[in-house]
Design a protein around this ligand. Structure first.
Ligand SMILES: NC(=O)c1ccc[n+]([C@@H]2O[C@H](COP(=O)([O-])OP(=O)(O)OC[C@H]3O[C@@H](n4cnc5c(N)ncnc54)[C@H](OP(=O)(O)O)[C@@H]3O)[C@@H](O)[C@H]2O)c1
Length: 323
């Protein structure tokens, strides 16, 4: 089969499309003919060797796929050959075939295209877990979403609006803010030109009830300082490349909480809550309440360029590699 291969941890330029052996199908697994692979920031970190998971070399990037079941491993019930599914193998998705644990494979609802299915679960799953289980976001609260036009950011904008929050999008360009406004934000802050803390306080008066932060770096502290009494700061990720250090007196002064979010671990530790989240997300999609935004498609041979687009901060919503 054809696969995009990473032979050494380092740069995207070293990724090559190669003919390689198909992955082995173990017990409890399904073999999937990949039709689409969603691109996520962790793909970049994994290739750079900076992610919490370091796959054995060589490996193919691609954490999230959609496709058709072509082989069923021993001990698997409830799936059929040809069934349309999405899966989160973690890596290996930028290839013609991938094997995934059946318990993490989910049937794709009728009418959901492969590219949307491959761009769905990781971002909406993270945002849903963050806002619902971790922030306990309530209707009428102010939610500020940083990196609001990125993958996990735009999902949080849509889900925050669905939960009845007033969503303030924050991003680095007017085009990104415009996208977030079209997906449910009511106001935008361009943090490339405006001071983040001052603008949050101007827009909310009392400060933000919840800040959702997938960016980190220099944005974290001003956002933390702009929280309201009992506000919650959601630590989603560090797309800026820098992990912030904050003075511990800041959460003390306003009774605020800094709340960690690790969706992948949540799916393992709390499988029933995870299943209920998926059920809700599929219902939101079927009702048209959430609208995954796939802005660009790349062929498998250009998978490295797809990931580089994220690294250059150029992605709007989701990017998908199609096979
Ligand atoms: N905690 C979890 O369970 C979980 C799950 C999934 C992903 N994540 C993390 O969430 C973060 C975002 O992932 P994603 O897939 O949504 O990525 P993405 O689509 O690329 O979005 C990231 C956003 O970060 C902003 N950004 C600021 N500085 C950047 C830089 N130097 N390079 C790239 N982007 C930069 C960009 O928005 P502006 O240009 O508007 O600033 C961009 O839209 C990553 O750190 C990822 O590891 C965490």
């Amino acid at each position: 089969m054809q696969a995009l291969i990473c032979r050494n941890f380092g740069g995207l330029a070293d990724l090559v499309l190669e003919e390689t052996a198909a992955p082995e199908l173990g017990g409890g697994m399904l073999r999937i003919a990949v039709k689409a692979c969603g691109v996520n920031f962790p793909d970049l970190l994994m290739i750079q060797g900076k992610y919490q998971v370091r796959p054995p070399l060589p490996f193919s990037p691609g954490a999230e796929v959609a496709g058709e079941v072509i082989e069923i491993g021993p001990g698997v019930d409830g799936f059929g050959i040809g069934q349309r599914v999405l899966a989160l193998p973690g890596y290996g998705g930028m290839a013609e075939q991938v094997c995934a644990k059946a318990r993490s494979v989910i049937p794709i609802p009728d009418g959901m295209p492969f590219d949307v299915a491959a761009a769905f679960l990781l971002t909406y799953g993270t945002a849903q877990h963050a806002l619902k289980q971790r922030a306990k976001l309530c209707a009428g609260e102010n939610l500020v979403v940083l990196g609001a036009a990125g993958g996990v950011g735009l999902a949080a904008v849509e889900l925050g609006r669905l939960l009845g929050a007033r969503v303030i999008a924050a991003a680095s360009t007017a085009e990104k803010l415009d996208l977030a406004l079209r997906h449910g934000a009511t106001e935008g802050i361009n943090y490339a030109v405006d001071p983040l803390k001052d603008r949050i306080l101007e827009l909310t008066g009392k400060g933000a009830d919840v800040v959702y932060d997938p960016v980190g770096g220099d944005l974290f502290e001003p956002a933390l300082r702009a929280l309201a009494w009992r506000g919650r700061m959601l630590v989603i990720g560090f797309a800026s490349g820098s992990i912030p250090q904050v003075p511990a007196n800041l959460p003390l002064l306003k009774g605020t909480s800094i709340v960690g979010v690790f969706w992948g671990r949540f799916t393992q530790e709390e499988p029933e809550a995870h299943r209920e989240n998926i059920r809700e997300l599929m219902e939101f999609w079927a009702n048209g309440d959430i609208r995954p935004h796939v802005s660009r498609h790349f062929p498998l041979s250009a998978g490295g360029e797809a990931i580089a687009t994220l690294a250059r901060r150029e992605a709007l919503g989701k990017i998908v590699v199609t096979i």
